[in-house]
Design a protein around this ligand. Structure first.
Ligand code: ZN
Ligand code: ZN
Ligand code: ZN
Length: 375
């Protein structure tokens, strides 16, 4: 009826998450959490309004207080249906009324609140004006690990999304690369992701030849040629949970140097994976992967962090980066994706999603990490 089809969680699952979030907020010294439409709201309520507009929709969560979802009157029937009428109080505000004054009555006028990162500035400014004594912290800064540890059902959904992305890779390696534009292969990839069950495609990077040396290159008009390395990095959401995997393929027979660089990245990816275990700091995963690349003499060409979390989004905490001392906990799920980028020449990236288990890590992507030769 409303929004996208979401994971099969019960009203009870969402209630437990809200209680956990409210407790975490209190422990962090916050008066509560304010959550606008987006991944946090989906995770806490299962509700994703079809259209996000200038009209305020906001979940107000505070320890010792019943959570309230504030919505515009015209969205109220959909919202009540989505969250389960009995499970969560939905309070609507009529067009023409001041939604900030209505929300202010639910808040502590001198409190500090965590507010979801993607809340429109319009709404935050409205709240600040209605309650000048309040202050705010970005939710991911205040509670970066709120959604980081996945439960068994979430892990199953992430594993299914990973397997679906892997099926897309098994198909894309069979298509013609040489003589076609990157954007053509990217369109193939998007179709394959949808066919494998992805309801949303977030990115389909096809970076050939020198474009591969730009980690942010998406896909363009460049015609792929025989002899090109091609970085493929693709993912999206399947049943509300994310996939994200990279493989670097080569059109025809690679040179010894291309083989060497690819082998270094593969070894770095393996080292990052092997560093995953409960209690290890996030930065240890980065260090393990980076050390392999630095030892091979390519340290300056690995220009990004080793990994990022994944869940109801394809990019979220925790981050595998130097300086991140957060210990890994079973149930955390993130990418391990080292790369080497040789400007003007080519790039290689290999990425798997890895879930932390009791005794190490479990790869959610299992296609070969050996260099695949395409036509
Ligand atoms: Zn080549
Ligand atoms: Zn990726
Ligand atoms: Zn990634």
């Amino acid at each position: 009826m409303t929004g996208t089809a979401l994971a099969p969680f019960t009203a009870d699952d969402y209630r437990v998450r809200r209680e956990r979030a409210a407790r975490a907020a209190a422990e962090a010294g916050l008066a509560g959490l304010l959550v606008a439409p987006g991944p946090d709201l989906v995770w806490l309520t299962g509700y994703a309004p079809t259209a996000v507009t200038e009209r305020l929709t906001l979940l107000v969560l505070a320890a010792g207080q019943d959570p309230v979802l504030v919505v515009p009157t015209l969205e109220a029937p959909d919202a009540r249906h989505a969250v389960g009428e009995a499970a969560l109080t939905v309070r609507d505000w009529a067009d023409g009324k001041d939604p900030y004054a209505a929300t202010a009555r639910l808040l502590d006028g001198s409190g500090r609140y965590g507010i979801s990162d993607n809340t429109w500035a319009l709404h935050l400014l409205g709240l600040q004006k209605a309650l000048p004594g309040t202050s705010y912290a970005a939710l991911t800064e205040a509670l970066p690990m709120l959604r980081a540890v996945k439960d068994a059902a979430e892990l199953e959904l992430l594993a299914a999304a990973g397997a679906a992305a892997d099926r897309a890779f098994e198909e894309i390696r069979k298509v013609a690369f040489a003589g076609r534009r990157e954007s053509d292969v990217a369109a193939d990839l998007a179709g394959l992701l949808r066919r494998s069950g992805h309801g949303r495609v977030d990115f389909t990077i096809v970076a050939s030849g020198p474009n591969g040396a730009d980690p942010h290159h998406e896909a363009g008009d460049r015609v792929i040629a025989h002899g090109d390395m091609v970085v493929l990095d693709f993912g999206g959401l399947k049943d509300g949970y994310g996939s994200d995997t990279s493989r670097t393929v080569h059109v025809g027979e690679p040179t010894p140097e291309e083989r060497r660089v690819h082998a270094v990245v593969r070894e770095a990816q393996q080292a990052g994976y092997e560093a995953v275990r409960p209690g290890a700091a996030c930065q240890e995963v980065d260090r393990a992967a980076r050390a392999v690349i630095a030892d091979a003499g390519y340290g300056e060409y690995f220009v990004h962090r080793t990994g990022h979390g994944i869940g109801v989004t394809t990019h979220e905490p925790p981050y595998m980066i130097e300086g991140e001392e957060q210990p890994l906990v079973p149930g955390m799920c993130f990418s391990v994706e080292p790369g080497i980028y040789l400007p003007g020449r080519f790039g290689v990236r290999i990425e798997d999603i890895v879930a932390v288990t009791e005794d190490g890590g479990r790869r959610l992507n299992t296609t070969t990490r050996e260099m695949v030769i395409v036509e």
